[in-house]
Design a protein around this ligand. Sequence first.
Ligand code: ADP
Ligand code: F6P
Length: 330
Amino acid sequence: MGRRQDMTRRVAILTSGGDAPGMNAAIRAAVRTGVARELEMFGVRHGYTGLIAGDFIALGIREVGGIIDRGGTMLGTSRCPPFLTDAGQQAAVRRLTEHGITGLIVVGGNGSQHGSLALAQRGVPVVGIASTIDNDLAGSEVTLGATTALDVALEAISRLRVTASAHGRVFLVEVMGRACGYLALMAGIAGGAEAIVIPESEQSPEQVATAIQEAYERGKSHAIVVVAEGARHNADALAGYFTEHAERLNFELRVTKLGHVQRGGSPGAFDRLSATILGATAVERLCAGEHGILLGLTGTQVTTSTLAAAVQAAKPIESQWLHLAHVLSR
Ligand code: ADP
Ligand code: F6P
């Protein structure tokens, strides 16, 4: 964790990787906190792509008005393969120096915070804010955007259950999360799924089929199976198996992939408030000379980890949730 007691005067903020509901609220809080502290605030457009290109815009209190309730990010975001290279990172550092930036805030997920660490190792004073719907970043119990994405998934599952029940069908509902099963597990538990398939606790298609059969035998009129996109047996794989064994299994199946719909929600109360406190805290920490850190949340408390620790640590699913999922799916 770096600590330099110089005066931070020019702070830039960027959003990177998959957009997450709450990114705008974080930008707004950072900019207004910075202005209140008489800093010059800048936004970098389109994440690391804009950083390499030197695409900076000055941000004042009015430029960040009317965005607290908007999903996405007013600055734009990107996946930026050139930033993975030495040349890309050197160019980014050069741009920051040219613009006289003395502190950088990176709002993003696991990959983006690897990028923050790379910049920190090149001497840039960086503070990261843990923000991704995947919730796959250690250093934050819940990352910014995950709660809203979960609400979107739950809304969809409730609607799907209505039609599933009317037809007596099975629905495979695939949710995002990359290699992490958090969104699927929580959506499955809170959505009352009959089975949940996640990478951290793989189930074979036979096991899923048995869970569905047993649900019908217990008198259920439908079955919802929530599947993480990162599971070995994802929705396509399961659908393939069920179709192949259709005669024996004897249930009608539909597949819904929620996809990017999950990212586009207006941030809920938790994400707006979390983003606000994290955005403001990031500026305060830079002013206090703290950098090389990731800000996240445990409960409603801001937690601080070194970037190195945050990106290197695994983030396992808590076993109590897996246990609950098993018990409650009956
Ligand atoms: P997220 O931040 O949502 O996990 P990505 O994994 O796509 O999204 O990462 C966003 C960007 O962060 C990448 O396109 C790349 O520019 C940068 N990045 C990812 N991994 C690294 C890494 N190991 N080192 C440096 N930069 C990285
Ligand atoms: O990281 C967020 C996420 O939405 C993942 O859940 C998903 O796998 C990925 O981004 C989709 O990426 P893209 O928006 O580039 O298609």
